[in-house]
Design a protein around this ligand. Structure first.
Ligand SMILES: NC(=O)c1ccc[n+]([C@@H]2O[C@H](COP(=O)([O-])OP(=O)(O)OC[C@H]3O[C@@H](n4cnc5c(N)ncnc54)[C@H](O)[C@@H]3O)[C@@H](O)[C@H]2O)c1
Length: 241
């Protein structure tokens, strides 16, 4: 594991911390000696002297705002997200659309707004997706939310760089987590894996490795970028001749 000395003692917030990519990010920051706060809807069983957990539903704007009022962070990983079962617009009600946006996008807006208002250095690592760059990685709600996250990330990087704020987003394709469980059950994972150049899916720890780099001073001249981590999935499709 690469050690980033500047991450030691940094205060880090990770949303979606109870499992999957968020959980891997929490563990990675703890290994760097950071002080980590995890936020999730579900309970977390992780115990560590440098770990604090808060159980909040990101759709609860009052609870989220109260929590942010009492906190300061150097690094924020906006990782929590939900899927839309690949539903197209005809299959999606307006309520389903706005419910998904509340979790994937609105909460990120609320967290970001409250923290950048302080006009102090802070690093954001936002969780986008392959679906933030291309159609077909999700349904209409998920794809819209992930494209919007890229816009939010770029706008914050552009407007607040002068205050020492950096914001980047990570765009994974298929990562082996509970969110992707359905893909692993249907065999879609095998098909997707075959369309990467490495013939495999990503592990959550690989997304966490990229997160550490983007959160650390090693990437201090990188901002407003959407970093694709998809094993070459988006490079193109093989043509059968
Ligand atoms: N797994 C993948 O293949 C993949 C690919 C691309 C992008 N992503 C993105 O990575 C992020 C993490 O995905 P994952 O695979 O770890 O998913 P996951 O479902 O395994 O974990 C997501 C976590 O977010 C939490 N969460 C969901 N709604 C919440 C809410 N309202 N309030 C608070 N917490 C809430 C869940 O409880 C869960 O612990 C998501 O934003 C997802 O869109 C995942």
């Amino acid at each position: 594991m690469t050690i980033y000395n500047d991450l030691k003692d940094k205060h880090v917030l990770v949303t979606g911390a109870a499992r999957g990519i968020g959980y891997a990010q929490v563990q990675s920051f703890l290994q760097q000696g950071a002080k980590v706060t995890g936020l999730d809807l579900q309970q977390s069983h992780l115990k560590h002297e440098n770990y604090t957990f808060v159980q909040i539903d990101l759709r609860d704007v009052t609870a989220l705002t109260e929590f942010l009022n009492q906190s300061t962070f150097d690094i924020v990983c906006n990782t929590a997200g939900i899927l839309d079962d690949f539903k197209n617009i005809a299959e999606t009600s307006y309520t389903e659309f706005t419910d998904l946006l509340k979790v994937n996008l609105d909460a990120m807006f609320i967290i970001t707004k409250q923290l950048v208002d302080k006009k102090q250095p802070i690093v954001f690592v936002n969780m986008s997706s392959y679906a933030g760059l291309f159609a077909s990685g999700g349904g209409v709600s998920y794809t819209t939310s992930k494209h919007a996250i890229n816009g939010l990330t770029k706008e914050i990087a552009f407007e607040y760089g002068k205050f020492g704020v950096r914001a980047n987003a990570i765009a994974p394709c298929l990562v082996k987590t509970e969110m992707a469980q359905a893909d692993f059950e249907t065999g879609l994972n095998v098909k997707l894996a075959q369309e990467t150049v490495f013939n495999r899916y990503a592990e959550p720890a690989e997304i966490a490795d990229l997160t550490l780099f983007l959160a650390s001073d090693s990437s201090k001249y990188i901002t407003g970028q959407i970093i694709n981590i998809d094993g070459g999935y988006s490079l193109g499709k093989s043509i059968e001749l």
